[in-house]
Design a protein around this ligand. Structure first.
Ligand SMILES: C[S@@+](CC[C@H](N)C(=O)[O-])C[C@H]1O[C@@H](n2cnc3c(N)ncnc32)[C@H](O)[C@@H]1O
Length: 207
């Protein structure tokens, strides 16, 4: 048994219960726009499940068995067909050009290879398909940069691999996606520093 992974999966929902009211608007802003056939990368414990208003079929990728155990219990309450695949976003077992929407919320901070995951999201989307993202990112203020630098090693340990200083926006901007639209905002969770976030969508170019 991997104690830290088990602890993170179970602690995640407790932490979520504190910050979730602040996060829900961004879950809605992304998840509720997902249409048709959807792939969610790193679904965790299923925090987005309630917001899939326009999805017809959802495939959730989740590599962590402790997260998956909680997720598997939650999908029973969902009316849309949901399939869980125990895999990573760097290598998605889904055909190219086959899905309408791909969703990533608070995941690109944790994957091993952000570029590969974004490329995979792009590959599996149909032309014209949408990639929806909500992620915390690298700070651009001096105080935020110092705060993230100090906290990052502890945070990575406590969360089993979440990176506070990732420049996820730059990765998305350098990808093959077009029409990248996003809001940048600072989330205030009641600590002395706000957390920089992005929420938005990008499109796979029509052929
Ligand atoms: C911070 S949680 C976010 C969970 C959920 N998306 C949410 O919004 O609450 C990050 C999730 O990404 C998963 N993850 C980590 N590395 C991954 C990878 N390479 N590919 C896909 N998911 C990954 C973790 O297991 C975890 O469930």
């Amino acid at each position: 048994m991997n104690i830290s992974k088990w602890f993170f999966a179970n602690w995640y929902d407790v932490l979520n219960s504190i910050v979730e009211p602040l996060v829900i608007p961004y879950r809605k802003q992304t998840t509720s726009k997902c249409e048709g056939e959807v792939v969610e990368i790193g679904g965790g414990t299923g925090a987005n499940l309630l917001f899939f208003d326009h999805a017809k079929k959802i495939t959730i990728l989740e590599p962590d068995k402790y997260m998956r155990k909680i997720l598997e219990q939650r999908i029973h309450n969902i009316k849309i067909p949901v399939k869980i695949i125990p895999t990573i976003g760097e290598d998605i077992p889904v055909s190219s050009n086959s899905v309408d929407s791909v969703l990533c919320t608070l995941v690109l901070c944790m994957v091993d290879d952000v570029e590969k995951v974004i490329n995979e999201a792009h590959r599996i989307l149909k032309p014209g398909g949408k990639f929806y993202f909500y992620e915390h990112i690298k700070a651009n203020s001096k105080s935020g940069t110092i705060f993230q630098f100090i906290l990052d090693p502890f945070w990575k340990f406590a969360t089993t691999g979440c990176h506070l200083r990732r420049n996820t926006l730059e990765h998305i901007q350098n990808s093959n996606f077009t029409d990248i639209q996003y809001d940048y905002f600072n989330l205030n969770v009641g600590i002395p520093f706000t957390i920089p976030n992005i929420v938005g969508e990008a499109t796979k170019k029509q052929e």
